[in-house]
Design a protein around this ligand. Sequence first.
Ligand code: ADP
Length: 203
Amino acid sequence: MRIIGLTGGIGSGKSTVAALFSELGAPVIDTDEIAHALSSPPSPALVQIAQQFGEDYLQVNGSLNRTRMRKHIYAHPGEKSKLEKIFHPLIKEIALRKLDELPENTPYALLAVPLLFETGSYASAIDRSLLVDCSIEQQIARVQARNGLNTSEIEAIIANQCPRKTRIQLANDIILNDTTLAHLQSCVKTLHQQYQDQTCRFT
Ligand code: ADP
């Protein structure tokens, strides 16, 4: 089974692309979904958070107190790596296990990793990378419409991600998501065929 690492900046259209591949029958393992699941009990991440940050960082129902954690990290940026050291290995372990559990005759699967190029920690797990790309102006407009964040908040997130030019240089395949959803759908269909038939070169 070939593993395609799906990535792209915030608002580029990764989730939309993942859903389109999924509609065509391709398995999608999403590291964001895994991170989300790890934030609710039962979760080994929460056990470590309670030990290293304190029980106060959990809500009464045992799930992660995101607001408190966000404020803490904002006030103490050095603590971010402590949190990442808890989450990242667990996310990777679960993602690889989920890929391993797919039926043996699966031709390919997508592994959605928003920060694929930033972290580099999935490089050995994937055979090929697929970037969903669009202009920064489109990223801002889409995230504004989706989350209601203001321009400077979105720009700050974009500034923390890999620059567009670097991502384009690193990706094996690129979907330019700068027009309609119908166009996006057609790009996904073409790539799905290539991945399934393995007519593209796998690294
Ligand atoms: P990401 O997962 O990369 O953050 P999403 O897939 O959630 O991005 O897309 C961001 C927003 O933009 C969503 O509300 C999505 O419906 C919308 N969107 C994505 N691509 C298009 C497109 N080609 N045309 C119109 N809306 C789009």
